[in-house]
Design a protein around this ligand. Structure first.
Ligand SMILES: Nc1ncnc2c1ncn2[C@@H]1O[C@H](COP(=O)(O)OP(=O)(O)OP(=O)(O)O)[C@@H](O)[C@H]1O
Length: 243
């Protein structure tokens, strides 16, 4: 569960990246987060991960008020959160197995336990037979699945993804979305930040839309409102593309 209660983030240079943002993500729900470049999506994810702190309001993760968490306890919070990055952030001098094992090694799990959990995660994403390979030998879609296995190996209740289908074709994007659906089905709260309008349109999930730091839309329904918001957002993208 994630809850934002009137959250604002002003960076030291005076930039208000988020203003009065409130929403709640329950367990078992898959939600898209979108908005133009600079709208505040990364800032929102950083507040959940405690890579930044809010300058107003409160963020709750699994019932914990993050304002009350000191830096010493941040690693414990991060164990509750799996993070999938667009560029995978894999270690190319290590095997697939070692990449997925990394969060467990850092958390101090016993070796036998690590083997069991890593293989379960690799099985989930269909890469069990590739554990000994170097990620460089795998396709872009497979590398993204390594990133997902690493994000979920610790069985976190929350899964955040930043442009997880950014470099993938529609068929591979659909495979990645199937995995996210599987996690949501077993109770994980999944938040996917994306610019990919076709992805958002294809899956009618709840959609949070940011514009200049404000949450201007929150819903899964209201197709007309949603389509207006998407058109608006697409318009902003066109504008930004320039001459
Ligand atoms: N560390 C920082 N210091 C100052 N301003 C920042 C900082 N990080 C982000 N910003 C500004 O805050 C605003 C929101 O940035 P953010 O990266 O959250 O947007 P975004 O929606 O993730 O954009 P993109 O889709 O391009 O990644 C932008 O105007 C950005 O320039």
């Amino acid at each position: 569960m994630i809850k934002f209660d009137r959250v604002g983030k002003r960076y030291p240079n005076g930039k208000d990246a988020l203003r009065q943002v409130s929403f709640e993500l329950p367990a078992g729900q898959l939600t898209f987060l979108t908005g133009h470049s600079g709208a505040g999506k990364s800032t929102l994810l950083k507040l959940i991960m405690m890579l930044e702190r809010p300058t107003q309001g409160q963020v709750f993760v699994e019932g914990l008020n993050l304002n009350g968490i000191g830096s010493r306890h941040i690693p414990f919070l991060r164990r509750k959160i799996g993070m999938v990055h667009q560029n995978h952030q894999l270690l190319f001098d290590r095997s697939v197995f070692d990449n997925v094992a990394l969060p467990l090694v850092i958390a101090g799990f016993a070796r036998a336990d690590i083997g069991k959990r890593v293989r379960a995660a690799l099985d989930k994403v269909g890469l069990l037979d590739k554990e000994k390979l170097n990620p460089i030998m795998l396709s872009g879609g497979e590398q993204q699945r390594i990133g997902i296995a690493r994000a979920v190996v610790n069985k976190p209740p929350l899964l955040l993804a930043d442009e997880p289908t950014g470099n993938l074709d529609p068929a591979l994007s659909a495979e990645i979305m199937d995995l996210f659906h599987d996690f949501a089905r077993v109770g994980v709260a999944v938040l996917i930040a994306t610019h990919d309008l076709s992805l958002i349109a294809r899956y009618r999930h709840r959609l949070l839309t940011l514009r200049e730091g404000r949450l201007i839309h929150d819903g899964e329904e209201a197709a007309s409102q949603r389509d207006q918001d998407l058109a608006l957002y697409a318009g902003v993208r066109e504008d930004r593309r320039g001459p």
